[in-house]
Ligand binder design. Structure first.
Ligand code: 5AD
Ligand code: SF4
Length: 461
């Protein structure tokens, strides 16, 4: 038996516990507050599914909830501060009503120094659970309802030994036409700046048949935009390679799109690029984080590719899939990054011509190799680099989008945006606004009439 999978007996036991709680949870509400990446959003949908199984009504409004779970992110300090300040919001409410239960989970909860801080400074947080404990939520809820003391459900095994996959627990999807489907969890790469391998454990893949069955049922239910998720999808090994899995997931009848997040450049294969080029249901968008354009910095980051190898990969993608959007992540101010290193990043960005860059200022993370490196860069320098990169990217994105004016794009409607304007997304994941309200989840053709750096605008035809 593969130790990565939870046995069916255990899943059945959790379902029984959930049912046994219904008399206690009747008429009560639960709220899940999410920080961080798509992986966390998907985890929250699973947490909400389990809470619903326990008998709670799910609400977006924490003030009306008797059970509040905060799903945290640890990727940068800023994310941690936001999650802690969210937890701080509930102090007064808890003082007025001791029966309210507050739990904290996610990547921050997985780190012992943060747990110590939460125990010391946030006495109104009742319980904490780790990133591989979601299948035990009914048991955790039962404890929370009955325990007199605070408690935690954390696997304290060394980082390379924890981590499990549970199939058969419910998911409460936030959206009725867009869905996340995890294909693998964890990461073995240990990029020297990154906390993920510590917070989410070693790589483990869901079974090919489980992933394909989930995607098939989503397509049958009418989902139109499905994102296969993993910290490094290219190292998927649940019965086939990722290119084959993607192809299979995108081969059902009907119009829908399959996306994937995230790829590591060292593992993004030519076969994967071929699948994107030939399968019409695979979205024409490749998010390929480069992190830096300097081979020296990439080495210090333990990325295991050079600037030239990245450029070669980007060239192959653009040559094989001419209408593709390529986006990336870049970290400014990694320890020892010189002006020359940063100039290399700027020139790589110009050379590739990214449709969008997610730029981050380096944030030292406890336990990572980079946090102990000499040559930490002053914030003022990182900020300047951040701004220079953002300004240049604005111009690049604008000129790439200008080329789309006059073209007709297939757009999946998102209904109205928060300003009441009809909007949707193209296969490249570009935001498109248009002149007519179209029900969310419908595909339409839009003739593009004008372009900005981060959105296009046109008429429905
Ligand atoms: N500091 C700044 N950015 C980081 N990222 C990951 N770790 C850090 C860190 N310590 C960025 C990387 C990654 C994205 C999800 O977050 O660019 O691709
Ligand atoms: Fe972090 Fe690197 Fe793994 Fe991405 S590949 S999650 S940046 S360690």
């Amino acid at each position: 038996m593969n130790r990565d999978f939870i046995l069916q007996d255990e899943i059945d036991r959790q379902h029984e516990i959930a049912l046994s709680l219904h008399s206690e949870t009747a008429g009560k509400r639960a709220c899940v507050i999410t920080f961080g990446c798509q992986q966390n959003e998907n985890d929250s949908e699973r947490i909400a599914g389990a809470l619903e199984l326990c008998g709670y009504e799910i609400t977006d409004d924490p003030d009306s909830a008797q059970m509040i779970i905060i799903n945290t992110c640890a990727i940068r300090e800023h994310a941690e501060i936001r999650a802690l300040s969210e937890a701080g919001q509930f102090k007064g409410r808890k003082e007025r009503d001791r029966s309210i239960k507050i739990g904290l989970c996610g990547c921050m909860a997985q780190q012992s120094h943060r747990r110590d801080q939460i125990y010391k400074s946030y006495p109104y947080v009742d319980f904490v659970f780790g990133t591989d404990m979601h299948h035990r939520l009914p048991e955790i809820v039962k404890n929370a309802l009955n325990a007199k003391k605070r408690f935690s459900f954390i696997t304290d095994a060394p980082h390379n030994e924890f981590g499990v996959i549970s199939e058969g627990m419910p998911v409460r999807r936030e959206n009725r036409y867009k869905a996340w489907v995890p294909v693998m969890y964890g990461c073995n790469n240990f990029c020297t700046y990154c906390v993920v391998p510590f917070a989410r454990g070693h790589e483990r893949s869901r079974r090919r048949e489980d992933v394909v069955a989930e995607v098939r049922s989503l397509v049958e239910l009418g989902y139109k935009d499905i994102t296969l998720l993993g910290q490094n999808v290219n190292s998927y090994n649940g019965g086939c390679d990722f290119a084959t899995l993607l192809d299979e997931c995108a081969s059902f009848d009907g119009e829908y799109r399959v996306r994937f997040m995230t790829s590591h450049p060292k593992d993004a294969s030519s076969e994967l690029i071929d699948v994107i080029a030939r399968n019409k249901n695979v979205a024409k968008h490749f998010h390929l984080p480069v992190q830096s354009g300097s081979s020296r910095v990439l080495k210090l980051m333990n990325r295991r590719y050079t600037r030239e190898q990245y450029l070669e990969k980007a060239r192959e993608i653009k040559a094989k899939v001419p209408d593709i959007a390529v986006t990336t992540d870049i970290i400014c101010g990694f320890p020892t990054e010189t002006d020359e290193d940063f100039a290399d990043t700027m020139s790589l960005v110009r050379e590739v011509g990214f449709d969008m860059i997610y730029t981050f200022i380096y944030s030292p993370r406890v336990g990572t190799v980079a946090a102990k490196m000499e040559g930490q860069i002053p914030k003022s320098v990182s900020n300047e680099r951040f701004k220079a990169l953002s300004d240049m990217e604005n111009d690049i994105a604008q000129s790439l989008n200008d080329r789309l004016v006059g073209k007709t794009l297939r757009v999946l409607s998102d209904g109205l945006n928060k300003n009441g304007i009809p909007c949707g997304r193209s296969t490249q994941n570009k935001i498109v606004t248009y002149d007519k309200e179209i029900p969310a989840g419908t595909f339409i053709d839009v003739k593009i009439e004008s372009a900005g750096a981060y959105a296009l605008s046109g008429k429905v035809i």
